[in-house]
Structures are given as C-alpha cells and as structure tokens.
Design a protein around this ligand. Sequence first.
Ligand code: PEP
Ligand code: MN
Length: 339
Amino acid sequence: MIISMKKGATPQEISHVRKLIEELGYKVHESQGSERMVFGAIGDERSKHRLTSLEAQPGVEKVIPILAPYKLASRETKQESTVIDLGHGVKVGNRKLLVIAGPCAVESQDQIMEVAAAMKECGAHMLRGGAFKPRTSPYAFQGLMNDGLYLLAKAREAYSLPVITEVMDTASLEIISEHADCLQVGARNIQNFQLLKEVGKTRKPVLLKRGMSTTIEEFLMSAEYVLSNGNHQVILCERGIRTFETATRNTLDLSAVPVLKEKTHLPVIVDPSHGTGHARYVMPMAYAAVAAGADGLMIEVHPRPEEALSDGPQSLRPNEFKHLMEGLRRIASAVDRDI
Ligand code: PEP
Ligand code: MN
C-alpha cells in the first residue's frame, strides 16, 4: 500500500505515521518527493485493511493499493526516477546518458589497458570486462577469473573509470565486490534467486540483464529480489530476447524501454552488442535505444575483434566506437539528453 502524506504535513505527523505503519508489521519504504512524503508499506497483504484506516490520521492525504506485484520497483511507489551513483563522478538515471564500453572478457593487461585508453578518449564513462564468463560451451574460454579482476582494477586506477564485471555465483561475490564499482548479473542468472538475494545484501550498484525468455514482469520481479533485500541501486539492461528470428543473435526488444520507463523508476539501459550479435548493427540500434528513452548503453569494444576470445563478431573496433560516440552526441541532443 502507498500512504501519501499531505503537502503541508508536519515532521511530527510524518514520523508518527511511519511509526504506525511499522507497528502494523510492515517494512517502510520512504520516498521524499519534491512536494510530499510518500510511504510504501511492504508486507503481508492480508492485513491491508488496517493500513487503510491510516487515512484518518492527521497529515495523511490518501492510502492507495500498489497494484503491481513488484512493490519497490514500481513507479506507483516512487514517482521520481532513481539516480544511481557509480563512483568517479559517474551517475545513471538523470539527463546525462551513461555509456559503458569495453571488451566482452578481460584477456590480458595490454588488451584491457588499450580499450580503456581508447574509450576514455572517446568520452565513455564506465569500463566493462568479464573476468568470470558464462559460456555455452565448457571448452570455451571461461575468463581470467581473479587475475581478470586485478587487471580491471588496474585499468580503473590508471584511467579513473568506474568498472563493471559479471558475478556468476555467490562464491565469487565477495572478491568481485572488492574490485568492481557495479555488479553485473547476466541474462543466464536473472532468475538465480539466491544470487539476487545475496547481491541485494551488498551495497554495490547492480546491473540486471534481462534473461533470454524473461517477460517484463519477471524482469521486474527479479529486480524486486535485490530491492527487497535492502539494495536500492538497481539498473535494468535490455539485451535482446530469444525469438524465431535468426538473422540477429537475439531480438533486441526496444519496446521494453518505454514500457519499463513507465512501470519502474529504475534506470534502463540497452546492450545492442548482445542484442544484435553483429558489429555492423550495433550503431543503428544504439541510436534507436537512446531515441526510445534509454538512460544509457553498454557496448562491447575490442582492439582486435578477430582475435577476441569471446564475442568478437559483435565487438566494435576503437575507431568504430569513436564514430558511434560522435553520432550519439547528435541523437542525444535531439532527444534532450546530454552525454
Ligand atoms: C556479457 O555482458 O558479456 C554477457 C554475457 O551478457 P548477457 O548476460 O546479456 O548474455
Ligand atoms: Mn559478451
């Protein structure tokens, strides 16, 4: 249920109502809007009639049910868009677009440093690179693991860039949290509820990638696992879903962007690299994503895609990425965003 306070409610009235909600056994989620305080009462729906009676309390404007099953992620609970601080002065969810770039996997010190230098020069904001890689084949390159984390952390220091890397299981969560500024939960783990609970207990921003057969509602319920465990810093990433179409690696569902922006206050970014699987389609879909209202992009960049140990065909060369960034400035200004 949502308990919306009146515009002129006094601090005493606000704290009294908060106390009453807690006494009824609900968790309180506070959201201070520009005009009024709004409480989300999260808990057992069976005693919700007792919350309805709060409408009689001084300072309370109205008590309304949260219809969505994802209570904390819903825009009903929090109308203002969430802005997440990723460190090194980088944020996502405001007017400024977030551009994350880097290789699919960290492969060597030279490789990650070369990409970091190039993307920093082009104006990208955050460096990506997988150290623990989820691969379809057990015989394929699995990532440099801890060594990959150290190399990523080195690049972060050298270029003052926040870094993001994937966490595949709870066992590696602690070491990854020590080195990364943002935890990526990949498409294959979107319904690994135990992992979602554990990342929800950390205080690191989390990037959740949509699963290949995840509906929007399931996607938001996965976000809810992280939020309900106390971590409110969740970024959603559309990366394509599996359909009958085989011309592209996945079908990039750009309609997910306006749908998600309507249903949730969380930032939404798009990954056109995994979404298309082909470097030549990355630029047009990146532009379309921003035009559709995405808060940012995640792009795979490799100094020599033909030598990449994973996802070479969809990786841009640094000069192609530079070209993408130049065009992105024009698209961003056309839709009233900064970059
Ligand atoms: C990745 O970002 O390299 C990755 C494995 O992505 P996804 O989980 O979307 O397949
Ligand atoms: Mn990849």
